[in-house]
Design a binder for this molecule. Sequence first.
Ligand code: AMP
Ligand code: ZN
Length: 314
Amino acid sequence: MKGGTTSKSLGICRHCRVEEAEIRLNYARLNLCGKCFVKFVERKVARTINEYHMIEKHDRILVAISGGKDSAALLHLIRRIMPDTEVICLHIDLGIKGFSDVCRQKAEELVKYENVELTIVSLEDFLGYRLDELTSRRRRICSLCGLMRRYILNYYGLAYGVTKIATGHNLDDAVAILWDFYIRGDLLEALKFQPVTKLIHPKAIPRIKPLIELTDFELKIYADIKSLPYTLTQCSFGRESKLNRRKKLVESIELMYPAFKHTFLKSHVKRVSPLLSGLTSRSINWKSCSRCGMPSRGDVCSVCRIKKSLKKRG
Ligand code: AMP
Ligand code: ZN
């Protein structure tokens, strides 16, 4: 994981000017001690939450817990920054041999550590199949998984009456995802990827990404300093995924062009999106799925179509 270094020989912390710096953030050319780094991360997330009006007083938040470092940091940060906000944690057991068991265990350890409740939903209960079982039947397993996760989070969010869904997407995720949309010229999809998603349908709960301005590196260090339970294990399908290859490519650009990722995201959110936003309302006409009532572009939503095709083939 690049983006910075940890070392005992970085000189004095640039913020407190007392302690030895142990963390180097390349993009900001900043050397910080552990304590100042924690404050730096917390201030940054608080600023992101305020800037995009992500969480308001009345909000009840569903926090999507994957078992990884980002959602562990997400839960911890929301509880520190907004201690009065009600949070509900949900973990989806995708049913990927080995990987899902580790993730589930870490999600359980995390909520114990944070002293909050966790709901666990399994894809098998929801769809009738573990993700493992679908690999031979469906080609694009990662996009199927993403689609199912979004649907399940929204479904339970509605059942629990939450007003927002928070995910742990970070800056590296954001740039890698956006990169593909831009390269393909899929600007409408790019436009949908925002720090806060718009209310497009009464049954689509707005999704927030409070960690979108923090890097993989920063979140790993934060989770380690705070001793949060998490796993770095990657799922067997995702390890070699296009998204991971894209992340490596973006990281190599960042080496030559410091703060590339921050600049990319800022341009997307502040410059390109406002220019394009007039287009979406005309182009996507959201309906309600005739089977489940969830937001859909066609008469039947993608998840209901998948359910039907899985039943048909038996
Ligand atoms: P990923 O697409 O794996 O990078 O995950 C992005 C975010 O989606 C995570 O930070 C979590 O907030 C959420 N997420 C991913 N996997 C799960 C899961 N199995 N259960 C609940 N939330 C998840
Ligand atoms: Zn549906």
